[in-house]
Design a protein around this ligand. Structure first.
Ligand SMILES: [Zn+2]
Length: 219
């Protein structure tokens, strides 16, 4: 225990400065709101599942305040199938809590352009990424979740197919969400709405999956 405790070091100066700046400005101006959040508990308007990618900034895109979004991030914004096997499932735990305890009315899966995880999956499926095929690769085994999306990619240039796979990551996740019995039930009872988005980071674009058209359309 003791040896482990020695590995934690003080924050770098720039983060200490930023924290004190936030405390003196954003927090100071909204301290009553923060105290209310602490006292009342959270009642988020939506759960968001996004990629870990540092460029995907959900709270900026939607101008979100603290308490509005219950956010879960993982590599390539993927939802695994419902698998109550007694093992440790972080993404499934977040979904279970958001839907059964917080009872969020909206669940948004947002994919993005230039996704490194999706690119890795594409290369692996094309046979060009042997390291990702190793059993010991957590990224590779996680990206196996997207293989069904690769299997239904349309013809096209490599860039078009990779972009299509980024959108498949959203669709596969929505399909897998419906394998969770409490998600399916809440959707069928009209208490929960699922949404599939994809954002173009460079262009600041946002597209939403339209199930009538079977495609993503600009918001
Ligand atoms: Zn990504």
């Amino acid at each position: 225990m003791e040896s482990h405790m020695t590995i934690a070091r003080p924050l770098p100066d720039y983060l200490v400065k930023r924290y004190h700046g936030w405390k003196a400005t954003s927090y100071a101006e909204n301290s009553a709101w923060y105290r209310k959040l602490a006292d009342d508990g959270q009642h988020p308007r939506a759960m968001v599942i996004s990629c870990c990618d540092s460029r995907v900034h959900v709270t900026s895109i939607f101008g979100a305040d603290p308490g509005e979004f219950f956010i879960h991030r993982n590599i390539a914004n993927l939802v695994p199938p419902y698998a109550p096997d007694g093992n440790q499932h972080g993404t499934s735990a977040a979904i279970e809590y958001a839907v059964t305890a917080l009872k969020v009315p909206h669940l948004i899966v947002i994919g993005h352009s230039s996704c490194g995880g999706v690119r890795g999956c594409f290369d692996m499926c094309e046979g060009h990424a042997p390291a990702l095929e190793e059993k010991s690769s957590f990224v590779g085994r996680w990206m196996d979740l997207l293989r069904p999306g690769y299997a239904r990619l349309p013809e096209g240039t490599e860039a078009e197919r990779v972009a299509a796979l980024e959108k498949q990551a959203v669709l596969v996740s929505l399909e897998n969400l419906m394998s969770f019995p409490y998600v399916k039930e809440a959707v069928e009872e009209g208490k929960l709405t699922l949404h599939g988005l994809w954002t173009d980071i460079g262009a600041g674009g946002l597209e939403c999956y339209d199930s009538d058209r079977g495609d993503f359309v600009p918001v």
